[in-house]
Design a binder for this molecule. Structure first.
Ligand SMILES: [Zn+2]
Length: 550
């Protein structure tokens, strides 16, 4: 929904100004004034416990010690990617319902690969770059943000902020007030799309024109603490990490001014802790200039920290760089929470913190330690499947695509040739099972005709939408990825990808340590209860009852 009134308190000054101090009494109706969703891209659950001793008192530990912590919180679907993750957190369901089945997927209608946020119909706002034609239009069900707007006749302020477009858009849906994401390259600006507005608010222009981004580009990323504090990680220089372009080794320090030109200029901010700093600076400007949390009508701010994902991909789970970005984020969050306390009063804010997926240890390291893990190259299997189908069914383009470890079959050709799709799916599944690294193969026919409530089949089914998904789903062994031998990736149905933090803190939240299984789809209905609004339209999760203050 577009805002009818913009109250700009900061028309001339570049620096944000504090709001008038607000009384620290909870609103009479018991609803939070501001809900902040924090999604940390690629944060595994065990980063909370692994780095606990190195955290300060006011960041992660403030939430862990004073909030509701679900220690057994999981994604209940695969593929575990960023787009589906953000969509699931805010829609209270899984890709099988909300329709964001991956970051990119093969589209049968066009025969091309679609991106989950790409939208040729929208106009970018704040940039003329055609790569910014993005929206949340592919979501099939409503978001928590949209339900809040519906509950307040559009009087709530709902804003999504992230360096990645999909991570700002999908938490909002098209009915949120705004989603701002970061254009790297030579632009270095936060932008949005015409679903929300025709021109950027003055404060966003001011932020973009301020020296904040260029000041960050003058910084050098070095270790926050003494090297001896990083005993949870490998040595700085090790064979399991990828090096950033312009560096001969994957080692500190990272001089952004020096490395920027070789790493697409401002885009380098997406890959270092300074990107999280930029995200938080923008979030503070949004809070102040949009008066978020200033009245008794609940507002929602969805923040995603994207830089942790880029660091995780490049350096892996056991890198000093990965540990350092979490220690820095801990301090950044502490400063942000203190700021919220001063501005609004933390007792009137509800914060939830989670991740969009986890990641495995670098498989080449697992191999060295003789722990199951490896690298999966599907090339031979795909060729063998095509050859088998040509032999059994006659020459033809039977396979349209193999994408996200799914076979997309040529249904038109099968109809023409009177070939049963189910039979072909079964043939492919039987052949694929013969390959080393393949764990399970599941056909679309199976998923359409039975309901799996648990296990790998259940997880795959929750990520499956017959209209969009492939015909044969290949699941590789635990710890196996299709990637370089340095760094890591994610997407599997296994614990290292599904097990992520969930902490809920503040207004309306019951403190506690919870060890029963909870799912990502439970977050939105739980927050709906705390916010006293209707849950999103496609919700399949449940309220996490012990987290809700009576
Ligand atoms: Zn992600």
């Amino acid at each position: 929904m577009k805002r009818l009134f913009f109250i700009l308190i900061c028309l001339t000054a570049c620096a944000p100004q504090p709001l008038v101090s607000m009384a620290e009494t909870p609103p009479a109706d018991g609803k939070p004034k501001l809900v902040i969703g924090i999604v940390i891209d690629q944060m595994r659950y065990d980063y909370l416990t692994r780095y606990y001793d190195d955290f300060g008192q006011g960041g992660f530990r403030r939430l862990m010690d004073q909030g509701f912590v679900s220690h057994n919180h999981h994604y209940s679907y695969a593929p575990t990617f960023t787009g589906p993750g953000h969509a699931s957190i805010y829609t209270g369901t899984t890709p099988s319902t909300h329709g964001i089945i991956a970051n990119d997927w093969f589209d049968r209608n066009t025969g091309t690969v679609m991106y989950c946020a790409a939208d040729s119909m929208v106009t970018p706002v704040g940039t003329s770059n055609p790569t910014a034609k993005m929206s949340a239009f592919r979501l099939l069900s409503s978001t928590l943000s949209e339900e809040l707007e519906l509950a307040t006749q559009g009087a709530s302020k709902t804003i999504g902020i992230a360096l990645k477009d999909r991570s700002s858009l999908l938490p909002m849906g098209q009915g949120g007030d705004a989603a701002y994401w970061f254009m790297g390259g030579t632009e270095g600006n936060f932008v949005t799309c015409s679903d929300y507005m025709d021109a950027l608010p003055a404060w966003v222009d001011q932020f973009n024109n301020s020296s904040i981004k260029s000041d960050l580009m003058l910084q050098t990323w070095n270790l926050l603490l003494d090297p001896s504090a990083y005993n949870e990680s490998h040595a700085d220089n090790n064979p399991f990490e990828g090096a950033i372009t312009g560096k001969v080794s994957p080692t500190f320090p990272y001089n952004l001014q020096e490395l920027g030109p070789q790493n697409d200029n401002y885009s380098i901010l997406k890959t270092v802790p300074q990107g999280n700093e930029l995200t938080l600076a923008f979030a503070k400007w949004a809070i102040e200039n949009e008066q978020m949390g200033a009245d008794d009508i609940t507002d929602l701010l969805a923040i995603s920290f994207s830089a942790n994902d880029y660091v995780g991909h490049r350096f892996g789970v056991d890198a000093m760089e990965t540990q350092d970005i979490y220690l820095r984020l801990d301090r950044q969050l502490e400063a942000f929470f203190n700021y919220l306390d001063e501005q609004i009063g933390l007792d009137q804010v509800t914060i939830f913190l989670t991740a969009d997926h986890g990641s495995p240890h670098v498989p080449s390291y697992l191999e060295k330690e003789q722990i199951p893990g490896g690298y999966w190259q599907p090339g031979n299997m795909i060729e063998d499947v095509k050859a088998m189908l040509n032999e059994k069914l006659g020459e033809g383009e039977w396979v349209l695509s193999y994408f996200n470890d799914q076979f997309f079959l040529n249904h038109d050709l099968m109809r023409q040739q009177d070939v049963e799709v189910d039979d072909v799916e079964e043939m492919i599944a039987a052949l694929c099972l013969e390959y080393e690294g393949v764990h399970t193969v599941i056909t679309a026919e199976t998923l359409k005709n039975a309901e799996f409530t648990r296990g790998i089949y259940g997880i795959i089914q929750n990520g499956f939408l017959a209209k969009l998904s492939g015909d044969v789903m290949v699941v590789t062994n635990p710890g196996w990825i299709t990637y370089n031998r340095t760094g890591t990736t994610h997407g599997s149905p296994f614990a290292y990808d599904t097990h992520v933090p969930l902490i809920i803190y503040g207004a309306g939240v019951e403190t506690g340590q919870h060890y029963d299984y909870t799912r990502t789809a439970d977050i939105a209905p739980t927050l709906s209860a705390i916010m006293k609004i209707q849950m999103p339209s496609g919700t399949t999760g449940s309220m996490i009852s012990p987290a809700i203050q009576r």
